[in-house]
Design a protein around this ligand. Structure first.
Ligand code: EPU
Length: 421
């Protein structure tokens, strides 16, 4: 039986929560270790299921992956001189992010066989920009029975301009460029903090990258012998922090988010300020407080530094109990409104039309059995459950384990009535 989570109306919240390392950074850092032989050490690694799946994928290639111990949040990755450059369907299907092994495998080993990831719960997830970027650098790619099979002599530098600042395409081309011959310019690159984190890791390994944090990355390729394994601390997870802030806005109270970084969440914090949350920066992270119902605000998702699409389900849950009417617009993933039907089961008044949702705030929701379709949809249901009379039973809660470390324990420690079944 997949796990379920039972949440009861709760609040006010009080206490400290530690924000862990970012899922969407650590998975790419693990893939990046493929670029250099030797022992890499990642710190602040979240204990989440996706890290385990990525570890299985790297292990299947010949990398030795082990945790530094029960009380240590580190991961050691021993990358051999030769790897088996293959990502099988059984693992890729469980974790779409595994497509980012394509660039490192091609550039280091001149070969890759990576299963195509397929669609998921937010609709089509094409990878055409990843492929065009790698082809511009000299990779030959073909589709063979569901697998992308790539070959190349040494990749060469190229000018790659993305139609859209895709996170995954930027990461794949960036990692490929590190060992390419000559200079690669990536224009309209994604600017998410997790990409800057990857650049910092690659630079510490010996890569030469200019424009870190901007939408124009210039990568001067180096020789394999110039790269060395390194130690790196994973950037904090801004989506995890946003989840606790949305919970606070719904339940009220005061929370200290240890490790959260305001500079990674500026637009979100401005929006939450408009909704009534009071946030201040401390030497350790952020302190936020909320009283009464949140106020309605309009939200439109955009690539960084805009409001991340990953925040949106939790924000929609928060707005479903806000005073007033909010319009939520999804600009990244056409199908990312599936969780709305579950919020409606809890009594939310939400109408969707194409990529917009009109959210008419109601004072209280009403607990019911609901299903988590993906990680953030599950988090949204937990947030909604805080304002739902009676009990909210969230099934398929294993999705939450993919991206949240100790969600239930962390929320319980700040006063939420929540159990894992
Ligand atoms: N796109 C294309 N062609 C491509 C690549 C992307 O059309 O070749 C489109 C996508 O269909 C989408 C948009 O571009 O409409 C953005 O996709 P992007 O490539 O930026 O997303 P991603 O790399 O697949 C990562 C995160 C997602 C997050 C998005 C957007 C990881 C593992 N995943 O996905 O996180 O929503 O960026 O910020 O980093 C999550 O954590 O729950 C999650 C889904």
């Amino acid at each position: 039986m997949p796990p379920a989570i039972l949440v009861r109306a709760s609040g006010p919240l009080a206490g400290r929560v530690r924000v862990g390392g970012a899922k969407n950074s650590v998975l790419k850092l693990m893939a990046a270790t493929l670029l250099a032989e030797g022992r890499h050490h990642l710190r602040n690694v979240p204990r989440i299921a996706d890290v385990g799946i990525m570890a299985d994928l790297l292990t299947a290639m010949g990398v030795q992956v082990r945790s530094c111990g029960a009380r240590d949040d580190g991961l050691l990755l021993d990358v051999p001189a030769e790897c088996r450059p293959e990502a099988p369907y059984e693992l890729v299907e469980r974790i779409r992010a595994s497509i980012v092994v394509l660039g490192p495998l091609l550039t280091r080993f001149g070969a890759a066989r990576v299963s195509l990831p397929g669609g998921d719960d937010f609709g089509p997830r094409p990878i055409d920009m990843h492929l065009r970027g790698l082809e511009a650098m000299g990779a030959e790619l073909e589709l063979d029975h569901g697998y992308l099979v790539g070959r190349c002599d040494r990749l060469h530098g190229a000018e790659v301009t993305f139609d859209f600042p895709s996170v995954g395409a930027t990461e794949n081309v960036l990692m490929a460029a590190v060992l390419a011959k000559g200079t690669t310019v990536i224009d309209n690159a994604a600017r998410e903090p997790e990409i800057a984190d990857l650049c910092a890791f690659l630079t510490a390994m010996g890569a030469e990258i200019e424009g870190v944090g901007s939408s124009r990355l210039v990568v001067h390729g180096v020789e394999p012998s110039d790269l060395r394994p390194t130690t790196h601390t994973v950037v904090p997870d801004r989506v995890e922090a946003a989840t606790y802030l949305a919970a606070l806005a719904v339940a009220g109270g005061r929370l200290e988010l240890v490790g959260a970084r305001r500079d990674h969440m500026q637009m979100l914090l401005a929006k939450l300020g408009d909704a009534g949350l009071d946030v201040t920066v401390t030497p350790d992270g952020l302190v936020a407080s909320a009283a009464g119902r949140p106020r309605a605000v309009d939200v439109a998702t955009l690539p960084y530094p805009g409001i991340a699409t990953d925040y949106k389900p939790m924000l929609t849950a928060m707005l479903s109990v806000a005073e007033g009417v909010s319009i939520v617009t999804e600009n990244l993933f056409a199908g990312r409104f599936r969780y709305v039907d579950e919020l409606v089961r809890l009594g939310a008044d939400i109408r969707t039309d194409a990529h917009h949702a009109v959210v008419r705030g109601v004072p209280r929701l009403s607990g019911a059995p609901v299903r988590a379709h993906d990680i953030r949809a599950g988090a949204a249901l937990v947030v909604a459950g805080l304002a739902a009379e009676g009990e909210t039973l969230i099934t398929d809660a294993h999705h939450l384990d993919r991206g949240y470390e100790d969600l239930v324990d962390k929320l319980r420690s700040v006063g939420v009535s929540i159990d894992r079944l």
